[in-house]
Design a protein around this ligand. Structure first.
Ligand SMILES: Nc1ncnc2c1ncn2[C@@H]1O[C@H](COP(=O)(O)OP(=O)(O)OP(=O)(O)O)[C@@H](O)[C@H]1O
Ligand SMILES: [Mg+2]
Length: 113
């Protein structure tokens, strides 16, 4: 099992959702986040002096998947979020140790899928 965590531009959320639905990925958690990457948050918004970081609004998407869904999940996020400009976002993939569906007690593969 893997946990896919993506930080994307907020205005790309609808496109990412659409691409995920197309890839039959329907389960996700979405939260607002503040962040910066390589440019420390500056060139994305204005030409500032880089003596500190500037946190910009991002959307964080978390999706727990079984291994066979990992690549299509990543591809869908890239398809929906890519514009080719700085700040498009980043995807992290973590090994996921366990998942429990609270209602049924299902664990692992069955609980995720
Ligand atoms: N190494 C990191 N650790 C944690 N969060 C990160 C990291 N890199 C990027 N992020 C998160 O992802 C968001 C988008 O990053 P961003 O797309 O600007 O990455 P980048 O490496 O600067 O690439 P680019 O040069 O295309 O802008 C950041 O605002 C931040 O929330
Ligand atoms: Mg950046």
């Amino acid at each position: 099992m893997k946990l896919v965590i993506a930080y994307i531009q907020p205005h790309k959320l609808q496109d990412v959702k659409k691409a995920l639905y197309k890839a039959e990925v329907h389960k996700m958690s979405v939260t607002n986040a503040l962040g910066c990457g390589e440019q420390r948050g500056y060139e994305e918004s204005y030409r500032g002096v880089k003596y500190e970081v500037n946190l910009l609004k991002k959307v964080r998407i978390e999706i727990a998947v079984n291994e066979d869904f990992m690549q299509k999940t990543i591809d869908a996020i890239v398809e929906g979020a890519h514009s080719g400009t700085i700040g498009d976002g980043k995807i992290f993939v973590l090994d996921l140790v366990e998942c429990v569906r609270i209602r049924t007690g299902d664990k692992g593969r069955a609980a995720i899928g």
